[in-house]
Design a protein around this ligand. Sequence first.
Ligand SMILES: [Zn+2]
Length: 271
Amino acid sequence: MQTSLRIIKPANAKPLPVIAHIPHSSVIIPSNVRPQIILNDKELADELLALTDRYTDELFDCIVKLGGYAFVNNLSRLVIDPERFLSDSMESMAAKGMGAVYKSTSKKLVLREDKVFDNCRPFLISRYFKPYGLELEALTGNLIKEAGRCLIIDCHSYPLNPLPYEDETKAERPELCIGTSGFHTPAFIIDIITAYCNENGLSLGFNMPFKDTYVPLKYYKKSRNVSSVMFEIRRDLYMDESNGSKNNGFELIKTHIEAIIIRLKDAFMKP
Ligand SMILES: [Zn+2]
């Protein structure tokens, strides 16, 4: 049976208190969840192509090599989206039918019919969403205990052209979009990423078109010991968005990501 998440641990005895959080890289939908989704196989394949942050686990694998952790959702975000708030009143995307469990597709069509959605949401939340949040919270807590702090790198990618569900429809989108939190993203992180992109000619945007970054709820806006920053890599840099295969830009963007992460790690670990 497919486990719903995996935690990749570093080999070194004294791990780096850095977590690569990979919530959206998988296309796997368990066989007990597939019948909830009204799309036919072709429509589902298209939806997965539009919404999956393919290869983000690979693009950010330097974090484990450097001694940190990877926390990876093994299932598609069409099962549950671990990045959303559980409570629809806290989650702005719930109004679009894209809260913790999706009701609508990226094309604003029906993904789960009302009755099916109402029936399956409690199961999906208790079976997948809550255990995921608790595991990530526990890992974060352990790192704080061991190292006094923890840095979460929230790893995503996004399409060159806006999808119908997005608010931001501007055509020009940066190669790298960084999501920050006024509470959890220290200024040095923003400065390092800005300097790197300037030096290397990468176009950069902050919180546009995607904003904010993941922090487990227990620490969210409560603990300064948890730092976090979100990376959204524009997908055309590394894949063919029409079929999901890697393109020849993959290695270059991966090298850039590694170089940025090394700078962030060095600054974060400075005593
Ligand atoms: Zn994502």
